[in-house]
Design a protein around this ligand. Sequence first.
Ligand SMILES: *Cc1c(COP(=O)(O)O)cnc(C)c1O
Length: 357
Amino acid sequence: MKIINVTKTFLPPLQEYEEYLKEIWASGQLTNQGPLLKKFEESTEEYLGVSNLHFVSNGTIALQLALKALDITGGEVITTPFSYVATTSAILWERCEPVFVDIDPDTLTIDPNKIEQAITGKTKAIMPVHVFGNPCDVEVIEKIAAKHNLKVIYDGAHAFGVKYKGKSLLSYGDISTCSFHATKLFHTIEGGAVITNSRKISDKLELMKRFGHYGDSHKMLGINAKASEFQAAMGLCNLNHIDNIIEKRQRLSDLYDRLVGYNLQRPKASDDTKYNYAYYPVIFENEDKLLSAIEKLKEHDIFPRRYFFPSLNTLPYLVNKQSCPISEDVSTRILCLPLYPDLTEEAVNSICEITLK
Ligand SMILES: *Cc1c(COP(=O)(O)O)cnc(C)c1O
């Protein structure tokens, strides 16, 4: 049997990519806000229903730009311990202090009822994550932020295509970011986006992402966060397939759902969510059962991933040790099962059988 990994990057038909390569060869422009990048930004804004979307080189620099654009440098940032390491490392890299607030055991997103007690005089922002594409409690978070004069940056790395109350989940907060990495639901090889409703912040991002200058006029400190025409071309190809990709993932997820009830738990999303089927996480009763399922699947060349493990508040390079018992517990028991559009229904059925054995 072929190896089955937790995910497999979607590749569009080669011919479709070649059509764009011809355009790049004709324009001679490979990067620096080229015609394909502009087209990709506009098409993605339209697809998602958002405005002021900046296509950047990856989802991590998107978070760093967000912190910089909102002048957060140096303060405390309230965040979730249950995420990929980039959420925390972006905060640390910008010389901010991550303050971890534990998660809700049902949604696995930051527990909004625990945010206020973590706010101090140094708190400048809240950086929650729509983990696995499950919406955070955006209404309560917005209220808390307004009351305490804090900025909100949503790490929406998993939220491409998710709608909450009919609106793109990426349209919430002062800034939302996304990742278009090859392992994500929607990809541009490497890539990411910074999205904001504010024209003023958007103008700042426009400069910051390209060294802070237009021609010889240097306006502010910037960095290189530009994406290339080749990445934009991949994005334009994949946009044409994304609805189909999500539909196929939905069908496989529905098949996986027979696992639920056999002492396996699933994260819950709000009823107001139109989901993107980015991941299929299951929570085991205890870590031993999870480890034994991993071993059994491995014998069949099936490799799920422990997303997200370990809980980020336990990272060895953190100076301040903070405790988040729910996240620490869930992270030892959660496993993401393989999910990608050309995974077969037979494979899903055998993964279910092996997992339940
Ligand atoms: C993947 C991911 C990122 C980082 O995105 P890159 O494009 O890989 O830099 C940030 N946050 C979360 C939650 C992610 O899953």
